[in-house]
Design a binder for this molecule. Structure first.
Ligand code: ADP
Length: 395
């Protein structure tokens, strides 16, 4: 069984072709600058890169199919070898609590969620419609970033604003990175050799976008991102939690428009705004080593915020068995993991520094006798999408 996994963004498209017998990645790549000019980076039998015009998602997917079939760098003899397509879809609103096979009804519901994710759902939908044209008859599955969090109870997802705002506009916490949180939680249970239904896990997806999730007996019961991915932790360029009153104050003082405030909060805040160095944690860690005070403070703010959120979720679940670190920073930065874990001694967590210095691979870096396990688990959203797709087409 071969599954093509697609993650269609507004100007980029990531793909992987996975052979589910053995879960082997046969080929993968990235289309960039869609709608501008077009660049393909493909890795299959051979590495291949080219500038190719991509007017839209349909063009990009056609180019991906050609790359997969190419006799030099491709990995397929015929497109018929692809059994199904799995799409990452960012927002499933309250419609989807699990992955689904795409139907007209499903497409309508994804459309209805466009107002909740105006930058993401339209290109996701365009990718689905392009595959209907280019791969007619192939089953397609939609795997939502929000679905895993649909198990959150109202006490976790309701905001304390007039209830009509929820009824009228569906303003509530949805949470994101669900596919990643679910994948690493399942891996953690497997590594600990315990049924997931018997343990509580806190998963920390710390990348450019960052969120923490409380996974109680296999189900998400709370997460730090909210109505949009702006809520929660401090991120590369996103502010995360702050007093909402700052917004009207700012608008009045600086004469800012709604669009301008939105842009500052999403693109100029977070680690970039705080440090003034970069949105990239590696640059900020380097600047701190050079004695940059703002870089040091911004890292302190980041670690403190993650640790506080872990504390909240340990309370929400009345205890935690394992804390998992994943994504760019979570998988690679030993110093950030150590700084966060330093706050968590009260939970009975102790780490083993030597194991913590291992990079980019699955490892339990908690000390012998630590009451709470600390794990690094590289995320694999593509594999999770392929697994869900396979399960759906097999049923
Ligand atoms: P996203 O998918 O949200 O764009 P990633 O999960 O790729 O983000 O994470 C990107 C972040 O991870 C960047 O800020 C980068 O600096 C950080 N990162 C990657 N490798 C390292 C490392 N070795 N040390 C510190 N930070 C790292």
């Amino acid at each position: 069984m071969k599954i093509l996994v697609l993650n269609c963004g507004s100007s980029s498209l990531k793909y992987q072709l996975i052979d589910m017998d053995g879960e082997v990645v046969l080929g993968k790549g990235l289309c960039e600058r869609i709608g501008i000019d077009g660049k393909l980076k493909h890795s299959g039998k051979e590495e291949y890169a080219a500038d190719i015009t991509m007017r839209d998602q349909t063009d990009a997917i056609r180019i991906v199919i050609d790359a997969l079939l190419n006799k030099d760098h491709g990995v397929l003899n015929s497109i018929d070898e692809v059994n199904a397509v799995g799409h990452r879809v960012v927002h499933g609103g309250e419609y989807f609590s699990s992955s689904v096979i795409v139907t007209d009804e499903v497409k309508k519901a994804i459309s209805a969620c466009v107002q909740l994710a105006p930058l993401h759902n339209p290109p996701n939908l365009m990718g689905i419609e392009a595959c209907e044209k280019l791969l007619p008859g192939k089953p397609q599955a939609a795997v939502f970033d929000t679905a895993f969090h649909q198990t959150m109870p109202p006490k976790a997802f309701m905001y304390a604003i007039p209830y009509e705002m929820y009824e009228k506009y569906k303003i509530r916490k949805y949470g994101f990175h669900g596919t990643s949180h679910k994948y690493v939680a399942q891996r953690a249970a497997a590594l600990l050799n315990k049924p997931i239904e018997t343990i509580n896990i806190i998963t920390c997806h710390l990348g450019n976008g960052a969120s923490v999730c409380a996974v109680k007996k296999g189900k998400s019961i709370d997460t730090s991102m909210g109505f949009t991915p702006l809520e929660g932790l401090v991120m590369g360029t996103r502010a995360g939690n702050m007093d909402a009153a700052i917004i009207p104050f700012w608008m009045e003082k600086e004469g800012l428009s709604v669009k301008e405030v939105e842009s500052i909060l999403n693109k100029k805040s977070g680690m970039l705004g705080l440090s003034g160095v970069s949105s990239d944690f590696r640059d900020i860690e380097d600047a701190k080593k050079q004695g940059d005070k703002r870089a040091e403070i911004s890292l302190d703010v980041f670690h403190y915020r993650v640790a506080k959120t872990v504390g909240e979720y340990a309370a929400a679940m009345n205890g935690v068995d394992a804390i998992v670190f994943t994504a760019g920073l979570g998988e690679n930065s030993a110093s950030s993991r150590a700084a966060i874990c330093e706050y968590l001694g009260y939970l009975g967590l102790a780490i083993y520094s030597q194991k913590n210095s291992v990079r980019g691979q699955e490892i339990d870096f908690s000390a012998h006798g630590s009451k709470v396990r600390a794990l690094v688990i590289p995320t694999n959203e593509e594999l999770m999408i392929a697994r869900d797709t396979l399960e759906l087409i097999s049923n």
